[in-house]
Design a protein around this ligand. Sequence first.
Ligand SMILES: *Cc1c(COP(=O)(O)O)cnc(C)c1O
Length: 402
Amino acid sequence: MDFDNREDIVVGRVKAITDRLDGLYEADLYFYNQPVTELRGGARVLVKGRDMGMYASYSYLGLIGHPRINKAAKDAVDRYGTGTHGVRMLAGSLDLHKELEETIAEFKGAEAAITYTSGYVTNLTVVSSLLGRGGYVISDKLNHASIVDGCLMSGAKFLRFRHNDMEDLESRLKNIPEGATKLVVADAVFSMDGDVIDFPKIVELSKKYNCWLMIDEAHSVGVLGKTGRGIEEHFGMEGTIDIKMGTLSKTIPSVGGYIAGKKELIEFLSHASRAYIFSAALPPAQAAAANEAFKVILDEPWRMEKLKANTDQFISGIQERGFDTMETSTAIVPVLCGDDERAFALTRAAQHHDVFVLPVVSPAVPPGLARLRATVTAAHEPDEIEYAMNVIETAGKEIGII
Ligand SMILES: *Cc1c(COP(=O)(O)O)cnc(C)c1O
């Protein structure tokens, strides 16, 4: 098979990407897929032999490399080895999984929880297990790709409302036939823009129109709420989400995804969701690390306070320097650049000054809204953040963004 002497859908798709990449390689504007070769404390990494400040991490509370979490993972390897005996339902379940699920349920204020091997697969399998033909799923336009894929896979009628626009959501709900099963689904914190869903209103509308409510807390656990429990705690509205989804790969420095909710829901998912039945269990080290991480969050409340202070410093500092940060109020800070080329150029300048930050360009965001998608964590120190902002400012001026 070769790509040069053939024309079909596969070749068309492959070439569209490889041609774009070749242009970026030639212009020294390619910064994706760079391996980190060493962790240097919480907020620094070694990349290509250079010590860099990390401003593209999802480890919002700086828990990657935490001694207690590392130890839990190592102990789990000593006790259980590195894999399981297969899928959870058959021989793959460990007491560690049960412990983790109890920890999650308690942390999220739910009766029970179930874990999967990624957040992506969690959304895919859960939306498609709950709904099928005849159902309706109503999803925010900017929801994560895994939600979109889950909705498509479910076969339910897939409606999208304008981003965080509750009037638009209501007008869609009004038009759904009486008696139909409805699932409203949204991110708590949006992964590209960093803004927070209008939670009180989405809860109110879900109740008014008799919908199931599912919220993806990938970027809100360990970010929102006084103790980091997420969006319900943030708004003082505990117990309002039916299907609480989250990931174990962001604030929780492991891998995996979970759903927390009523006992019946979890029992259903553990006997009917295909990713649980047909895909291997979380490895012991990752389950143990995740379990310990939830405890560390509660034991070290200073991390939440420091994240909040660092977020405020970073958002206000970037805005004062003249950048547009859209509607963010969280640790995800879009630094708007305009066209893709400017976002790539700003990335190159930042990385050349040892600020590890990455661009998001179309089609991940609309054309003209290319940006740096910068993040701060509890592991950064104020002077490091100041340095990073100064680097971004100088480069932003040279490129003509500010
Ligand atoms: C990252 C992310 C996921 C996927 O989680 P993984 O554990 O990385 O697969 C799902 N939803 C949102 C909103 C995310 O940001």
